[in-house]
Design a protein around this ligand. Structure first.
Ligand code: SF4
Length: 643
């Protein structure tokens, strides 16, 4: 047992990078903050809160005052399965709605939400090996720069001209794979996270990409990098964590590993699908059902109009269809047993190439654009990774545009129609490079798009436009489970700290299919899920980790690693503290009940096909669930969290 050190599991170092003055200040971390906020997402919420208390609440997510933090946590790079996930927190450019608008019922402005994105690959663990828990990046460099982290040192370097190319007379970042290839060559054995051309052009839903195809996906982290003139962060090193009680850690981590392994092979655990089909398993689940004898019917179609469509079309983009193009596993560092990701390839035709199999959410949201061409989906996914674009928000934006186009309300000759893969590819390129009026328009957050459209469309009522755009009123974009079907999931979507439509902070589908219902029980379930997810992200683990953080073995293992002793209740309290602090920041950014309670008008229109025909969001039930939800959190009836 080793009790003489200050930090176990953590590196204990934070680096404050000031791009205004091109200075770096290294700081020893505060153990008390780790005790309260664990690491990763939790510590980032704390550091961002301190920042905004000092500089004032942010009115523009693309201003130099938007701090972006990239980091990892105590469990990263240990032998616990999936201990390779990193965190990135910032105020999101996509959830920006700066003016009251009559067509949104004059709801108060929201100046961008505090957003956390999680990313796997190798980068998070490499940041730890390079000697840092958190890189805290402030300001804006005058000239393009990149950051190099190695063996306890952080340098701000001028970005090399080779990282750029000229497009339409403008200097813009090259594709992500070219940037990573260049930096890997320059720093052998390193790992890089970078913006792509979309981030450089400050597309509001641009992501950051690590290790070619792992993304800090949601919210627009790439645009924040672009606004700071920051290209990439590259890390390498050999630092290894100290253990509070190494032998005990090895023994308990082995028990956890064994348990994860057994669950993967146990069909009663939903994790059992992952090594073969990965998240695409959910395609069949959402379309055809099968779990607990349920019938599916909640795979969104035609911009969330339906949850069911022609089964013959579905076969072309089913779980099996994507299994047919899948190759070897390509998983995050330290992933064991669950192994959800695989390569993929298309051998011939216009979309031929090598890449990775798209995830369920990506495929589902492009099916929502009525795109049933598997190869086009594969290719678009590859392009999004190359350009640094969040596939999910891109899908939501496209589905809205397609419906506007179908109504004949768009004046752009190139606007894509439902099902038009080539049109989506063209639109994507125009958005990324700002090479057309349509592309420039769609690169913005939705509420600015609505304002601009209204200037040119005199005959169309604003409410009609908003009906097509489910990301209106600072939404992040709904995920791939049709929002009309499950009231609990709609609550999860409506209340997620990182924006309306996010599915990762609470997931209720299995529970609702198994009979969970009633406002009180649904609210309690969503709150419990949100607490659990705050723990997952703050510990450096993956959403698909199967074990219970509050089990005696997990708590023993965590103490053996960090020296911190938690009970089940005190660990859960950390999750509550983290979620509440994020909510408090978002309250200051303008989010209150008005935001959570907004129901995109489209979701009030009942489904007409499939097992859930007739189902729509019930505003009375949703309002009752929200009342209970705030009560469970201990927030005011208006959704305000005090800390
Ligand atoms: S299960 Fe998938 S996302 Fe999670 S750590 Fe493994 S490969 Fe990464």
């Amino acid at each position: 047992m080793n009790k003489n050190k200050k930090f176990f599991g953590y590196t204990g170092r934070w680096a404050f990078v000031d791009l205004n003055h091109l200075k770096v200040e290294l700081q020893e971390a505060e153990p008390g903050i780790y005790r309260l906020y664990l690491g990763g997402r939790g510590v980032q919420a704390y550091l961002n809160f301190q920042h905004f208390k000092k500089v004032g609440w942010l009115k523009s997510p693309l201003s130099p005052s938007n701090r972006i933090i990239i980091g990892q946590s105590s469990l990263n790079d240990t032998t616990v399965p999936t201990a390779g996930r990193g965190s990135c927190s910032f105020i999101s450019p996509f959830t920006y709605s700066p003016r009251k608008q009559p067509w949104l019922g004059n709801r108060p402005p929201v100046f961008g939400l505090h957003t956390h994105s999680s990313c796997g690959g190798l980068f998070p663990n490499m940041l730890k090996r390079a000697g840092f828990d958190q890189l805290i990046i402030d300001g804006r460099a005058e000239k393009p720069v990149r950051i190099l982290v190695n063996e306890g040192k952080v340098e701000i370097l001028e970005a090399e001209p080779e990282l750029f190319e000229e497009k339409n007379g403008k200097k813009v970042l090259r594709r992500v794979s070219e940037i990573i290839d260049f930096l890997n060559h320059k720093h052998p054995g390193s790992s890089t996270v970078c913006a792509g051309p979309a981030g450089w052009n400050q597309v509001s839903f641009a992501c950051l990409t690590a290790d070619y195809h792992r993304n800090f996906g949601r919210g627009g982290a790439g645009a924040v990098f672009g606004s700071k003139n920051l290209v990439a962060v590259t890390a390498y090193g050999r630092w290894l964590p100290d253990y509070y009680d190494r032998e005990k850690f090895i023994e308990t981590a082995r028990q956890i590993d064994e348990s994860v392994k057994n669950h993967v092979h146990d069909p009663n655990w939903t994790a059992s699908f992952r090594p073969e089909t990965g998240t695409t398993w959910w395609l069949d689940r959402a379309f055809n059902g099968g779990y607990l004898g349920k019938l599916g019917g909640y795979l969104p179609w035609h911009n969330f109009s339906e949850g069911y469509f022609d089964p013959e079309l579905y076969k072309k983009v089913s779980t099996r269809a994507f299994l047919e193009i899948a190759g070897q596993h390509r998983v995050c560092n330290r992933c064991r047993h669950i192994l959800c990701s695989r390569t993929a390839s298309v051998s011939s035709g216009p979309y031929a190439g090598q890449g990775v199999r798209p995830e369920f959410e990506t495929i589902a949201l492009w099916i929502n654009c009525c795109l049933t061409d598997r190869e086009a989906i594969f290719f678009l996914n590859h392009l999004c990774n190359e350009y640094g674009v969040d596939t999910m928000t891109f899908g939501s934006v496209m589905a809205g545009v397609m419906e506007l186009n179908e109504k004949g309300w768009l004046k752009f000759p190139d606007a894509p129609a439902f099902g038009d893969g080539q049109g989506m590819i063209k639109a994507l390129e125009q958005i990324v490079y700002g090479s057309s009026d349509l592309g420039r328009l769609l690169s913005q957050p939705t509420d600015l798009v609505v304002e601009e459209l209204l200037k040119s469309l005199n005959q169309v009522k604003p409410e009609e436009i908003v009906r097509c755009l489910t990301t209106a009123y600072a939404g992040l974009g709904y995920a791939g489970i049709e929002p009309k079907v499950f009231p609990g999931m709609f609550t999860a979507y409506g209340t997620s700290n990182r924006g309306r439509g996010d599915h990762t902070y609470a997931w209720t589908i299995q529970a609702e299919e198994a009979g969970l219902q009633g406002a009180e029980d649904l609210a309690a379930y969503v709150v419990g899920s949100q607490v659990g997810k705050a723990l997952t992200d703050s510990l450096g683990l993956c959403d698909f980790f199967t074990e219970d953080f509050t089990s005696p073995t997990f708590l023993e293992m965590y103490q053996a690693l960090t020296g911190f002793e938690y009970t089940a209740e005190s660990l859960k309290e950390c999750g509550r503290r983290i979620y509440t602090l994020e909510r408090h920041i978002n309250n200051r950014q303008g989010r209150k009940r008005d935001y959570d309670a907004f129901i995109p008008p489209k979701f009030l229109e009942p489904l007409t096909a499939g097992p859930y025909a007739g189902r729509a969001v019930d505003p009375v039930l949703y309002s009752t669930i929200l009342d209970a939800y705030y009560r469970y959190w201990g927030w005011s009836p208006d959704g305000e969290a005090s800390i």
